[in-house]
Design a protein around this ligand. Structure first.
Ligand code: NAD
Ligand code: UD1
Length: 354
């Protein structure tokens, strides 16, 4: 497969989206379909629902053959072979994996197997079919506890504090090694900061199972009355109000970053492996997020300060200069808009896709 296959997309330019029924994957499918690509989703529905893809069809009004769904795992070599044989895949966007940090500490084998071994299987079969263009979902977690802020792509990687983070860091290394051994195509590693928000339609959004681990899904459930108050994990960090600071990015901006990465791949004239941060470049504290959500939903969000959460860092936000300079991408939505879109999804779908 040559990079030119990725040129101006036609209805035949086909992207395999692993984990495409998930939170970020579904929003990326919307942007791909709106951009004129054909999308093949492979998802085992271990953390998602087929209803989500029906909603993607509704939002984009796509023709049935523009969005094809295979229910199954990236670990299933035979299924992958079938997909690559049936469809001429021009590039892969690889989201599939487990993502619960705490759970990864309890079930390391499952995380290394699914995320790490699964990626090896995917890469092996893709190479056998000469599919060499890949965008991978990495995470700011690979920077560990950073010494300098904002984080740029050339900041040294740190030591992840959990198996989930290790899988991201290890997969990045595999992709560098793979490219060095056989430099065909383009590999893009996207290090996401903190994706939040939902599609403006209110039809798709984040649907965590059980008690949410992440801040905004938790705040959303308090706002909708499912939980009593938010636990603020520490107010004694060296930040303006003492609470942790993160770079929250609207999931639609993030999704558009993937489309920009594909466009860039199509226009670059050499094989490459490149890393990009996807964030806004702005840090917000836990209390600022709660305030923004209150503004968005029009009601108070009760909270209580609790001890720090193990493994948390004080401050993390990105320098996104490289993504702007190279990809021509930058985030466009502010924190209040992220909360408004989260609230629309949460209030319209209090039980997610169930
Ligand atoms: P998600 O759980 O909503 O989506 C992941 C999807 O992958 C799910 O639909 C799940 O069913 C599917 N999946 C899991 N294992 C699979 C397998 N073996 N084969 C096929 N499908 C499989 O998570 P998300 O938030 O959309 O995250 C997408 C990717 O981005 C993940 O790799 C995650 O680690 C990464 N990431 C997420 C965040 C975040 O805050 N959400 C931050 C940084 C990186
Ligand atoms: C966490 C993971 C990170 C992962 C990311 C996306 C840890 C240590 N880090 O990032 O590896 O890539 O999710 O899945 O788990 N907070 C509260 N109360 C809550 C929840 C969070 O105060 O109920 C605070 C946290 O202390 C932090 C901020 O809110 O300061 C954001 O937390 P969260 O949404 O979990 O994201 P990260 O910790 O940045």
């Amino acid at each position: 497969m040559t990079l030119s296959n990725l040129g101006k997309p036609t209805a035949e330019t086909c992207i395999l989206v692993t984990g495409g029924a998930g939170y970020i994957g579904s929003h990326t499918c919307v942007e791909l379909l709106n951009g004129g690509y054909k999308v093949v989703v492979l998802d085992d529905l271990s953390n998602s629902s087929a209803v989500c893809l029906e909603r993607v069809r509704k939002i984009t009004a796509c023709e049935p053959e523009q969005l094809i769904f295979f229910e199954g795992s990236i670990l299933d070599e035979a299924l992958l072979n079938h997909i690559f044989t049936q469809h001429t895949i021009d590039a892969i966007i690889h989201f599939a994996g487990y993502k619960a940090v705490g759970e990864s500490t309890e079930k390391p084998l499952e995380y290394y197997w699914n995320n790490f071994a699964g990626t090896l299987v995917l890469c092996k079969v893709a190479r056998e079919h000469q599919v060499n263009n890949l965008v991978f979902s990495s995470s700011a977690t690979v920077y560990g506890d950073p010494e300098t802020i904002p984080l740029s792509e050339d900041c040294p990687k740190g030591t992840p504090t959990n198996p989930y983070g290790h899988t991201k860091s290890m997969i990045e290394q595999v992709l560098f090694d793979l490219h060095a051994s056989d430099p065909h195509g383009c590999i893009v590693l996207l290090r996401y900061f903190n994706p939040i928000g939902a599609h403006v339609s209110g039809l798709i959004g984040e649907d965590p199972k059980g008690i949410p681990n992440n801040l905004v899904p938790y705040v959303a459930q308090v706002a909708v009355g499912k939980r009593e108050h938010v636990g603020v994990f520490g107010d004694d960090y060296p930040t303006t109000d003492g609470t942790g600071v993160r770079d929250y990015i609207h999931v639609v901006d993030l999704a558009r970053g993937h489309v920009k990465a594909l466009e860039w791949m199509a226009n670059t004239d050499k094989a490459c492996v490149e890393v990009f941060n996807l964030g806004t470049g702005t840090g917000s504290s836990v209390l600022e997020v709660i305030k923004a959500y209150e503004q968005a939903c029009g009601k108070p969000i009760p909270y209580r300060v609790q001890p720090r959460r193990a493994g948390d860092i004080a401050v993390s936000y990105a320098s996104c200069e490289k993504a702007l300079r190279v990809l021509g991408w930058e985030a466009s939505f502010d924190l209040v808009r992220m909360c408004e879109d989260s609230w629309r999804w949460q209030s319209n779908n209090p039980d997610g896709y169930r």
